[in-house]
Design a protein around this ligand. Structure first.
Ligand code: URA
Length: 198
């Protein structure tokens, strides 16, 4: 698929997400947050669900934890305009509660299609909810910062499981762990690309 075709398909998915009315959180949000970035990204970041700032702007990771995520990506020598950033749930759950299994399930088809179209070499999950999509039985405290090959929807991806940036904001030692994990991301992503090209 060309980049233009990828962009067009991602735009169509974004419009479906904006038009959808089948969940209470979809009807009550200010803006749906489909995700944004390079349609041909080699790395896709997947968070949990939009918060108040994301809901206000219709863009992922633009609040406090989003600024931390974006700055940390840049500090890791990864070009921010070359990645794609999205969430497992595309609408803000009220009071920032955890997304429900139904909300995750209903939004999963859009995320699956986004991954299929972009076909990144590396998928980075942020926090336990997005990690559980790929590794339902894993514990984030044991595998944060680590990478592994997975097969998903019939394709091979390199999956890196990171803590959520909101976790990093909760304390100095969390922040140190979060930044340390990210410092290994670029070499892992380069390696994943090399394996993809073999
Ligand atoms: N937290 C998330 O998981 N996603 C966002 O887009 C913002 C905050």
């Amino acid at each position: 698929m060309t980049i233009e075709e990828k962009k067009q398909e991602l735009d169509e998915i974004a419009q479906e997400i904006r038009d959808f009315k089948g969940l209470e959180i979809a009807n009550n949000c200010l803006n749906a947050v489909p995700g944004e970035g390079d349609p041909d990204a080699k790395i896709v970041f997947i968070g949990e669900a939009p918060g108040a700032d994301e809901d206000a702007q219709g863009r992922p990771f633009v609040g406090r934890s989003g600024q931390l995520l974006r700055n940390t990506i840049i500090e890791s020598n990864i070009k921010i305009d070359k990645v794609f950033i999205t969430n497992i749930v595309k609408y803000r759950p009220p009071e920032n509660r955890d997304p429900s299994p139904e909300e995750i399930e209903i939004c999963s088809d859009w995320l699956n299609r986004q991954i299929q179209i972009i076909e990144p070499a590396t998928i980075v999950t942020l926090g336990r909810f997005s990690m559980a999509k790929f590794l339902p039985d894993a514990k984030i405290s044991q595998i944060h910062g680590k990478g592994q090959e997975i097969e998903y929807q019939g394709k091979i991806y390199f999956l890196v499981t990171m803590y959520h940036p909101a976790y990093a904001i909760r304390g100095t030692s969390n922040m140190i762990e979060f930044k340390k994990d990210f410092s290994n991301l670029r070499p892992m992503a380069i390696n994943a690309l090399k394996l993809r090209r073999c």
